[in-house]
Design a binder for this molecule. Structure first.
Ligand SMILES: [Zn+2]
Length: 443
């Protein structure tokens, strides 16, 4: 058993000064407030401790694109060509090295759990590896070595567009049929740090008549099911041409929507789409830094939440890895669009970045500082140039609107101190690990 003494702690509604958190077997066993000085032997966490952050949407290999895809004009679709050129070069070994470094970067940013939307399954031409799950296993091992939890959202990706075979790049992503996808995924085993979920890449990538196979697989296992949804208007137009309905309606008609399902982006929706998503309790994962980077547009997050869709956040293409930035960007986008402020409180934004993000990934027992929860938390410095000054009335505003990933001092996952004083305890020299892994891919 171990005791942590938190100088300040966010307890869901307000910041409490002086909190003792007791941890045994990776879980919080007690939270005591009104503890002005550290108990003897306690680990001292100076700053503001938050529940661990959940990055609900990641493609780890996109990290290799950062900084190199900002020259010239173009669209999501031209960016995708560059992204495919990196995907072409991944092997289980290079993906493991990159994943380990990227997940270590996440731990340094206070992220304790990642949802990896994983679709690069096979070798060139679609030939399976000796272990058909070698790529997914590489990511699960990478997360363990970086000290973070992972939900591997194993992704069905079967077609290039409506009625189109996979192109040369996409052969690596395809199992041929949803049934073959389901058989391969059934072999993946959950572990203490890893859960297995399902994903439908998009309505472009899984033929309508095979959507139910993926939905059923997730249903049988009570596993999370994620899907890229209406990120681009071109997808909506093509779906209308092929099926005479919106992507959301297509998913609804094939049993994909529901409380274990999360639509990622949900950018270009009709009023009926919003009602379908909200009414079914389907979640929405917003990825604001990617959506602005790829010129996607601003999704109707306020309307979705009001309709009943819980919100989570993801760094997706990893243009930046900073869940605090994702949280404030959701609010700030809405301010720009409406020219009014205060669509979400800092507390609500933090909830999307922690408890609701964890729930979207199947970790209902993480994301809160309370007895019984997994002992996953992260501490933000309150004495940096960004955060120095008085704590505001409720306290979370400093974390959400002033701090950045660079202010993360400690990250604890399952009671294990993964980041201490801003240094990763398991991966030595994370910047070099990133540079080496990216160099190996891009040359
Ligand atoms: Zn994505």
């Amino acid at each position: 058993m171990r005791t942590y003494w938190l100088e300040h702690a966010w307890l869901g509604t307000n910041v409490e000064p002086g909190v003792a958190v007791e941890v045994a077997d990776g879980r919080i066993t007690a939270v005591r407030t009104g503890v002005p000085t550290p108990p003897p032997g306690a680990e001292i966490l100076r700053g503001l401790t938050l529940p661990g952050l959940a990055n609900a949407h990641s493609h780890a290999f996109h990290r290799a694109l950062r900084g190199t895809v900002q020259v010239g004009s173009g669209t999501f679709w031209t960016w995708r060509e560059v992204m495919y050129s990196v995907a072409d070069r991944l092997t289980p070994e290079t993906y493991h090295a990159l994943g380990r470094a990227v997940y270590a970067e996440m731990a340094l940013a206070g992220i304790t759990c990642v949802g990896e939307f994983h679709y690069v399954h096979h070798a060139h031409g679609g030939t399976p590896y000796a272990d058909p799950n070698a790529m997914g296993e590489a990511l699960i091992a990478a997360a363990a070595e970086a000290g973070v939890r992972i939900t591997l959202l194993d992704t069905a990706y079967l077609s290039s567009g409506f009625g189109e075979e996979p192109n040369a790049h996409q052969l690596r992503f395809s199992d041929g049929s949803a049934e073959a996808w389901a058989e391969r995924c059934a072999v993946l085993k959950e572990r203490d740090h890893a859960r297995i979920g399902a994903a439908i890449h998009s309505v472009r990538a899984v033929p309508a008549e095979q959507l139910a196979t993926v939905a059923r697989w997730a249903e049988e296992r009570q596993a999370p099911l994620h899907v890229h949804l209406s990120e681009q208007t071109a997808e909506n137009d093509a779906c209308l041409r092929a099926h005479g309905c919106t992507p959301t309606r297509l998913l609804a008609d094939h049993g994909v929507l529901g409380p274990r399902t999360t639509g990622v982006h949900n950018t270009h929706l009709t009023d009926e789409d919003i009602a379908l998503l909200g009414g079914s309790g389907t979640g929405t994962c917003m990825c604001p830094t990617t959506e602005r980077d790829l010129a996607d547009g601003i999704g109707p997050a306020v309307a979705l939440q009001r309709a009943g869709s819980p919100l989570s956040l993801g760094s997706d293409s990893h243009a930046v890895i900073d869940l605090l930035e994702e949280a404030r960007a959701m609010e700030l986008n809405e301010r720009l669009r409406t020219r009014t402020r205060g669509h979400w409180t800092a507390a609500e934004l933090l909830r999307a970045a922690s408890a609701d993000g964890h729930a979207a990934l199947g970790w209902d027992d993480a994301g809160n500082l309370e007895a019984g929860a997994l002992a996953d938390f992260t501490t933000i410095a309150l004495d940096s140039v960004r955060t120095a000054g008085p704590l505001p009335r409720l306290g979370a505003e400093t974390a959400v609107f002033a701090a950045s990933a660079a202010d993360v001092r400690h990250t604890v996952v399952g009671g294990r101190h993964v980041v201490r004083d801003g240094v990763h305890a398991l991966v030595q020299d994370v910047p070099s690990a990133l540079a080496d892994a990216i160099e190996a891919l891009r040359g």
